[in-house]
Write a protein that binds this ligand. Structure first.
Ligand SMILES: [Zn+2]
Ligand SMILES: [Zn+2]
Length: 257
């Protein structure tokens, strides 16, 4: 078992506490399986938690690089929107708002992906350290079921697309038989990005429908994208409601033995 030096208390007592069952998927649709390459550690002296990337550093860096162009595109849309806001306020401000949102979410994406790399470096492997006695586990906190009882986590799936993590989904099963899934904040951020991009593409496509030479294919494309965008928004609202409203955390459950 790998022991790492804890960055918080400087003791050689941090051990891996979670195996990540991984699957390659996109917005809930499974497309095979592959390694996510991340490990959750917990320090057995102070209880500090951190996540490291087990995969090669180059592959881990590929994730943030994918999102960097979106930071640039978002920034350019923001500037372009602000410039044209004087002559066309609705179009300019709309474009600027979307550009700003895209840039902000992309920056969050880069930070989320670079975080585990920083933790890998801050909490180095302690090669000769003995395995410490187990004081803290990593039982995820329970969430409230629709029936009012606390429901424990029965399954955790870390989703990824081309080795880019796209969120973690925890399934809770209650003793009343109900089952519900809650996404982590990163999953919600990633989903916001996808829904925002699809919505804007749908809006741009529907723009051409008001011209005289609009083709049947253009209607199908715009209609399909609009449906996709609407479906994405409904799923997004449902996931946000599940996490923050329908299934709140139950206080004082889990975390310590
Ligand atoms: Zn510690
Ligand atoms: Zn229940």
């Amino acid at each position: 078992m790998t022991v790492r030096t804890c960055a918080s208390c400087k003791h050689d007592t941090a051990v891996s506490v979670r195996d990540w069952p991984s699957q390659t998927s996109f917005m809930g649709l499974s497309s095979g399986s592959g390694p996510v390459g991340r490990q959750d550690f917990r320090c057995q002296s102070c209880g500090a938690r951190f996540t490291v990337r087990g995969a090669a550093v180059l592959r881990a860096l590929a994730g943030p690089l994918v999102f960097l162009p979106f930071v640039g595109i978002g920034g350019m849309l923001l500037l372009g929107g602000l410039t044209s806001a004087a002559s066309e306020p609705a179009y300019g401000l709309g474009l600027a708002a979307f550009g700003g949102l895209l840039a902000a979410l992309s920056v969050l994406a880069c930070m989320h992906l670079v975080g585990p790399l920083v933790q890998t470096w801050r909490n180095p492997v302690a090669p000769d350290a003995p395995v410490p006695p187990r004081r803290f586990d990593d039982t995820p906190p329970m969430r409230r079921c629709a029936c009012g009882k606390p429901a424990p986590v029965t399954k955790i799936v870390a989703e990824s697309t081309n080795h880019i993590p796209t969120g973690t989904e925890s399934t809770h099963t209650c003793e009343c038989g109900r089952e519900f899934a809650v996404n982590d904040v990163w999953g919600l951020v990633f989903m916001s990005m996808v829904v925002a991009i699809v919505t804007v593409v749908a809006l741009f496509c529907s723009d051409s429908l008001f011209e005289n030479d609009a083709t049947w294919g253009a209607f199908v494309l715009a209609g399909g994208l609009a449906l996709l965008s609407l479906g994405g928004m409904i799923a997004w609202v449902h996931q946000v409601a599940s996490r923050f409203w329908l299934h709140p955390l139950v206080p004082d459950a889990g975390s310590q033995n």
